[in-house]
Write a protein that binds this ligand. Structure first.
Ligand code: T46
Length: 134
């Protein structure tokens, strides 16, 4: 299975513009417990550099773009998030990095759990070991 799982997000746009709806257990494959967004990220800055033990997330750039790099401990893949209808599912135990944020980038993230620092794996070597034993 590809690491890059693009969700089927439809735009209900018309001549007035675009309208995109994200719904629990419909086009988003979990119940959304938390929503956050990254804005005004400097272009020379990369973010992420961690994995989650249990958390699942959906990420979509609702404005601008950034490069998402995913790694399951064996394979690495990357994708430009460059459209408000290009949402990706990030499963648990996936290392993620975000690079090359455009100045107008707004990265929206929907999460399956509340914020919990204990769920983070912030060391790549720990992640590799845990990924191997999973
Ligand atoms: C992820 C990528 C896409 C909170 O207080 N609440 C929250 O819900 C989040 C996500 C973060 N924080 C705090 C924790 C840190 O003090 O905000 C600060 C920045 O978080 P972090 O350094 O983890 O941000 P990123 O951009 O590296 O990663 C975030 C998410 O943490 C992560 O789950 O997948 O965005």
């Amino acid at each position: 299975m590809s690491l890059i799982e693009i969700l089927d997000i439809e735009s209900r746009g018309d001549e007035r513009g675009q309208l995109i709806a994200l719904e629990n257990n419909k086009n988003i494959p979990f119940a959304i417990k938390r929503v956050y967004y990254l804005t005004q990220t400097r272009e020379d800055v990369a973010r992420g550099f961690h994995a989650h033990k249990e958390l699942m997330q959906v990420a979509v750039c609702i404005s601008g773009r950034c490069l998402m790099k995913l790694d399951d401990g064996v394979n690495q893949e990357e994708v430009w998030l460059d459209s408000p209808v290009k949402a990706i599912l990030i499963r648990k135990m996936i290392w993620r990095e975000m690079h090359h944020f455009s100045p107008d980038c707004v990265l929206l993230v929907l999460a399956s759990e509340l914020y919990d620092e204990q769920d983070y794996i912030r060391s790549y070597s720990d992640f590799k070991l845990l990924a191997k034993s999973n």
